[in-house]
Write a protein that binds this ligand. Structure first.
Ligand code: CO8
Length: 311
């Protein structure tokens, strides 16, 4: 699924109602040539932007890289993130990690400077821009892990919540400060936070605009684990690597079943599961996974981990 990133991007910018907004921080001084590798045959391509992409085996690592603004999400960062997602090689990549550059911030929210002059219509368009991309992450065919390495505020917390799994560093801070800025959360925060930690805790965080630290985020179930900052990426890669070892068709089907089922009743949910469960049978990986289990201990073909082929 490799699209032409350059032409795709310019098409998006032309259609962007926010593109000509004065005061947007799209200055040349912030633009950098960030990545030239990671897209298989497109390794030669250089794309200007704020989002790095690298691959380590079957794991893709997306880094929001705008540290001078604590990785805040302006329209360009969102466009760059969208372009990177559209260029992930799904034949080779089995799990993604999203993190922020530096040791201080994952993403400190949407760009307040850019938002400060928006009209109602532009505000709605900006919300839609973020929501469309975060929905793309939530429904991305392969699992996505947020490695939250510092501030995850507003749009940053919302980005992390669009991922399947969140782990964080011990200096991480989570919050939805929007009501203190005169707006509601706008990139899915009112919806995903309530689903993840319950309506009561979500309402407390959103209404009060109070931040919480990593240990509290762990206590309320917002993150699955907290690690020392220096260990975070290794732990994220270890988890992603473990996921990448499992049968990819089964992992994708499980993600779809959980995501679709959680929106519905248990009786509809188990029907969704049946469909996904059934779809795994007759695949090469299902046959080999089960055949390997059934082999006797002394069978030389028996392996500890089947090298699944995504077939
Ligand atoms: N937007 C723009 N710039 C930012 C942002 C941001 N969200 N966060 C930090 N920065 C910039 C600062 O302005 C500063 O820039 P400069 O050096 O040019 O002055 C630089 O990053 C460093 O920040 P600080 O000096 O403030 O660093 P501190 O360590 O003192 O403080 C904080 C760190 C506590 C994270 C602080 O920067 C802060 O409070 N940031 C804003 C956090 C916030 O309120 N985030 C939520 C934004 S609203 C949002 O995300 C809504 C999402 C939905 C949008 C829907 C649209 C309709």
């Amino acid at each position: 699924m490799e699209a032409d990133a350059s032409s795709g991007r310019s098409a998006r910018l032309e259609a962007d109602p926010l593109a000509q907004k004065p005061g947007r921080s799209r200055g040349r001084q912030e633009q950098r040539c960030l990545y030239s590798a990671g897209y298989g045959e497109k390794k030669e391509r250089n794309i200007m932007g704020f989002v790095d992409y690298a691959t380590e085996g079957a794991v893709g690592i997306i880094t929001i890289n705008r540290p001078q603004a604590l990785n805040a999400l302006n329209s360009q960062v969102l466009d760059d993130l969208n372009t990177v997602l559209d260029n992930v090689n799904l034949e080779e990549t089995r799990c993604l990690i999203i993190t922020g550059a530096g040791e201080k911030s994952f993403v400190a929210g949407a760009d307040i400077g850019e938002m400060s002059t928006l009209t109602k219509e532009e505000g709605k368009a900006f919300g839609k821009k973020g929501n469309d991309i975060f929905l793309k992450i939530e429904t991305f065919p392969i699992p996505v892990i947020a490695a939250v390495n510092g501030f995850a505020l507003g749009g940053g917390n919302e980005l992390s919540m669009s991922c399947d799994i969140r782990i964080c560093s011990d200096n991480a801070v989570f919050g939805q400060p929007e009501t203190g800025l005169g707006i509601t959360p706008g990139f899915g925060g009112t919806q995903r936070l309530a689903r993840l930690v319950g309506a009561g805790m979500a309402k407390q965080m959103v209404y009060s605009a109070l931040n919480i630290k990593a240990d509290e985020a762990y206590r309320i179930g917002l993150v699955n684990a907290v690690y020392p900052q220096a260990e975070l990426m290794d732990q994220a890669k270890k988890l992603a690597g473990r996921i990448a070892m499992q049968a990819p068709i089964a992992v994708r089907a499980a993600k779809a079943a959980i995501n679709e089922g959680i929106q519905t009743s248990i009786s509809d949910g188990v029907r969704i599961e049946e469909e996904q469960f059934g779809s795994c049978f007759e695949t090469e990986d299902q046959k080999e996974g089960m055949a390997n289990f059934l082999r006797k201990k002394d069978d030389p073909n028996k392996v500890k981990h089947v090298a699944f082929k995504n077939k």
